[in-house]
Design a protein around this ligand. Structure first.
Ligand code: AMP
Ligand code: MG
Length: 488
């Protein structure tokens, strides 16, 4: 515990070196009185970071960007993106910084990134800041996703800055989130690069993406097409997982779609309560573009934008490149369908012997039974394991079409579902909206206990043991329609 054991991290700057055109060296805004709110000890250990040092005044200064390790080069990253379908030629990290790259003890490379660290050259009209509640929300929801086995950026720490920030007519504690990602490359990074009309730069970016995320593509006959297909498949698998747990990202703009296949940017995201595909939480998504059920389709749309950005690398002849990319994009539907069928096969406790032709329609019939009822998505799936064990009443009580469900049950049970296997894939604990909301409200008022209790529940998503029942109950009557806010 003595100071002699404290180790400051080494941060690389390979991205900034390889692609100086796509970054602006920058530094964080001063934080008058930084105070550590949450530190993700297990993640720090995985990354080989010294938890004692991170908790020390130097470590906390590091986590708000006030103190940069020698040799590091923090940068704001540039990118473009389609926001709700409209193209913004230059977005970039308006309130974030890439501090640098971390090498974990196993050799893996991670971006260490700060959000809420002050205005950058990409801030446009924004104040560059973040407030405590939304940063805690990203922490809680991204850790829930990780615990659910869904690829995601991770939260390392939340630090309050000691400066209040104006939001919605009030003042709220300012905070910085330190997060870790396998990289912050986005479809929007490629869109910006494509628009810069420099094939050499685009090639450098694509080569870096291949080396960092999809190294097998390097050996393919057409490496950049292989890169596209690797991202296509990673995104298809990711979205199938979101659909399985009822996750609604909320702002699936192309700048929030990663090349790694990790979930990124937890703004207005939320988990569905009722299993309604039209579920939208974000206050700005009035058209339902990013509704729960639209995510697979909108991801195909986002991938088409990625394909367009890559066209000059796919073939010299533009027409030929378009034909190749179009054919390749069609593969998304196949990959998504396979990933989704695999999801529901596991959720229904069925093995490989249950064919796609059986599993697909069974899942569709179940979705049909849930549609139009206020059935709690998470609770219903978990109750199905009881049904597999012989007690169908809890699941049945949630539905309206009881005859239809009984007929469905008979078909499903005939396939011999494995209830224990179902309990390993259908969570009991997800960050339910009413729990998140009240925990964040308490945290803003200075009481972190509910956030810690929620974290304890959601980091053991499949196991109810030792966790208060309130963490698996649906929203209380009167919680009403839930609304989330962007850019908070
Ligand atoms: P997001 O909705 O978090 O994906 O952000 C979209 C864009 O808005 C990104 O370029 C962000 O950096 C930028 N942005 C969001 N909030 C702020 C803020 N408070 N100040 C400056 N830029 C912001
Ligand atoms: Mg974003």
């Amino acid at each position: 515990m003595g100071t002699a054991s404290l180790v400051t991290p080494d941060l690389g700057h390979a991205y900034a070196d390889a692609l100086p055109e796509l970054v602006k060296p920058w530094q964080a805004a001063a934080a008058p009185d930084p105070s550590l709110v949450l530190l993700n000890e297990p993640l720090a250990a995985e990354l080989g970071l010294d938890g004692d040092w991170l908790r020390s005044p130097d470590g906390v200064a590091f986590l708000v960007g006030a103190q940069v390790p020698e040799g590091a080069t923090p940068v704001a990253m540039a990118y473009a993106g389609h926001q709700f379908g409209g193209y913004s030629p230059l977005l970039g990290d308006g309130r974030a910084l890439l501090l640098g790259e971390l090498r974990d003890p196993a050799g893996g490379l991670h971006d260490l990134h700060l959000k809420g660290s002050g205005r950058t050259p990409f801030a446009r009209g924004g104040d560059g800041l973040a407030v405590l509640a939304p940063m805690l929300r990203e922490y809680v929801v991204s850790e829930a996703m990780h615990a659910l086995g869904i690829p995601t950026t991770r939260a390392l720490a939340v630090v309050t800055t000691g400066r209040d920030v104006a939001r919605d007519g009030g003042w709220f504690p300012g905070a910085v989130l330190a997060r870790v990602a396998s990289s912050h490359l986005r479809v929007g990074t490629f869109q910006l690069t494509r628009a810069m009309d420099d094939v050499g730069l685009l090639t450098r970016l694509a080569d870096l993406a291949i080396a960092r995320h999809h190294p097998d593509a390097a050996d393919a006959a057409s490496p950049y097409l292989a890169l596209f297909e690797a991202v296509r498949d990673a995104q298809a698998r990711l979205v199938a997982q979101w659909m399985g747990v009822g996750f609604v990202h909320g702002v699936l703009n192309t700048d929030n779609v990663t090349i790694s296949g990790e979930t990124i940017d937890y703004g207005p995201c939320a988990f569905v309560d009722a299993a309604d595909p039209a579920t939208v939480f974000s206050s700005i998504d009035s058209g339902g573009r990013y509704a729960w059920g639209n995510q697979p389709g909108v991801t195909a749309w986002n991938l088409a934008r990625f394909a367009e950005a890559l066209l000059p690398l796919v073939a010299d002849d533009q027409q030929e490149a378009v034909e190749i990319a179009t054919a390749s994009l069609e593969g998304y539907a196949t990959t998504y369908a396979a990933a989704w069928t695999e999801q529901v096969r596991r959720k229904l406790g069925l093995g490989a012997d249950a064919s796609d032709e059986v599993v697909g329609p069974l899942a569709e019939q179940l979705a049909e039974l849930m549609r139009g009822t206020p059935v709690d998505h998470t609770g219903f799936w978990r109750d199905l394991s009881a049904a597999a064990r012989g007690d169908a009443a809890p699941a049945r009580d949630r539905l309206l079409d009881l005859e239809g469900f009984d007929a469905w049950l008979e078909r499903w049970r005939a396939l011999g579902p494995d209830a224990d296997a179902m309990d390993r894939v259908n969570p009991v604990h997800v960050p339910r909206n009413h729990l998140v909301e009240s925990a964040l409200e308490s945290a803003t008022a200075g009481d972190l206990a509910p956030v810690h209790a929620l974290l304890a529940a959601i980091t053991q998503p499949y196991d109810p043991a030792g966790v208060d029942e309130v963490y698996r109950q649906p929203a209380p009557d009167g919680f009403g329609a839930y609304t989330t806010y962007c850019g908070t």
